[in-house]
Design a protein around this ligand. Structure first.
Ligand code: FDA
Length: 370
């Protein structure tokens, strides 16, 4: 008899499995996918660790989380500095002095600040009625037109004039030459890929892949005292109250017979005409080197397209609107009544979690439970 059956080998499941095992409990991890690691799964192709479910950059200000993950992987010094491509014009992101210099030729922070103020004044918006007006009131017309408008439109599948202003509360403007996207104390990519890191977390723990909990629920339940379920909460209850909605992304991967496609891990396409939102070139997460430190002759890119989600698609981002929020609350009430089953993780709690936040959540959950 196991103490815990853990449904899902993503970060939440893997961290809980590790903590429970270290606390002397007997655990079994199952996952319906053919691989461990959930959405942080990386697959090695042509010597490159390809982020199969979207680019994952680890960043955190939580020292205890950093201390925890670095027990299972060494992290490289990758810093996320995306580039924006607007009809072939390249800009540094997030908005910083390099961006403003390229946009207007301004050289000093005072000049940049004055230019932004001038554009905000010219637009004369006092009470933004939609996302377009909100963005212009925060950063002026040029940055909005070239770097925000098309990208946001593609992401949401609607013109910015039809999107609510509250989506953009603030737009960070840096009057420094700092293009490090995350303001985090600790960041990087695990050397050897995320899958290897999760493999190390699960070291010595029994894992069964290609095992869907719902295909043999009664049998699997009978194996353990308790279940930690990290799959979609609505699926657990057979969608009986309705389906929780997600926003989705579609990835188109391509292997190219050249060493360098775009010279950066992430390039955002900020015009409305290019159909994809961004291109990820995976090798640059690891400075173009394979695990042995050799240059890689090929490259792998992923074009990302925002797509409408329909039931059965891969769930990516929960939709935080009233309808879905209420539905989740109803499911949560049912979940709280389950005596043997505990719910956690991004799908179990219908919540967007960054990796550090999901690890923190799993550690707290384990502390309470064990
Ligand atoms: P996760 O989804 O990883 O794991 C759940 C597991 O349960 C899956 O393996 C699934 O197969 C399994 N499962 C579900 N139902 C099952 C069933 N019935 N039977 C058996 N198994 C079942 N964060 C960050 O810090 N930096 C970043 O750059 C990014 N980037 C990013 C990009 C994109 C596109 C997304 C959507 C998300 C990010 N994230 C991120 C967030 C990150 O992906 C997230 O924090 C973790 O994947 C959450 O881990 P979980 O274990 O909660 O879920």
């Amino acid at each position: 008899m196991y103490d815990y059956l853990i449904v899902g080998s993503g970060l939440f499941g893997a961290v809980f499995a590790r903590q429970a095992t270290d606390a002397g409990k007997k655990v079994l991890v199952i996952d319906k996918r053919p691989n461990i690691a959930g959405n942080v799964y990386t697959e090695k192709i042509e010597g490159i660790h390809v982020h199969k479910y979207g680019a994952h950059i680890f960043h955190t200000n939580m020292k205890h989380v950093w201390d925890y993950v670095t027990k299972f992987a060494t992290f490289n010094r990758f810093t996320n500095s995306p580039v924006a491509n607007y009809h072939g014009e390249l800009y540094s992101l997030p908005f910083n002095m390099y961006t403003f210099n390229k946009m207007w030729g301004v050289v000093t922070p005072e000049e940049a600040a004055a230019k932004i103020e001038e554009q905000k004044k010219e637009a004369g918006i006092t009470e933004p009625k939609n996302l377009e007006e909100q963005a212009i009131s925060l950063v002026g017309t040029d940055i909005y037109e070239k770097l925000i408008k098309g990208y946001t439109q593609k992401q949401w599948g609607r013109p910015c004039t039809e999107l609510p202003a509250f989506i953009i509360k603030r737009l960070p403007v840096r009057l420094t030459f700092d293009n490090n996207y995350f303001n985090a104390l600790y960041q990087g990519i695990p050397v050897g890929g995320y899958t290897k890191m999760v493999e190390n977390m699960l070291d010595g723990i029994e894992v069964r892949l290609n095992t869907d909990y719902f295909e043999n629920k009664a049998e699997l339940d009978a194996l353990a005292e308790k279940v930690v379920y990290t799959g979609p909460i609505d699926a657990f209850f057979d969608f009986k109250l309705g389906t929780l909605e997600y926003r989705s992304v579609r990835f188109e991967n391509e292997t190219l017979d050249k060493p360098n496609f775009q010279g950066n891990a992430a390039v955002n396409y900020t015009d409305a005409e290019t159909p994809w939102t961004r291109i990820i070139e995976h090798k640059w997460f690891e400075f173009g080197k394979d695990d042995e430190g050799n240059d890689i002759p090929k490259t792998i890119i992923s074009r990302e397209y925002s797509s409408e989600w329909k039931p059965g698609d891969e769930p990516y981002y929960p939709v935080n609107d009233e309808k879905n929020g209420k539905l989740y609350e109803q499911y949560k009430q049912l979940a709280d009544k389950e005596e043997k089953v505990l719910f956690g993780g991004r799908l179990g709690e219908y919540k967007y979690y960054d990796m550090d936040a999901v690890i923190d959540s799993a550690l707290k959950f384990a502390e309470k439970e064990l």
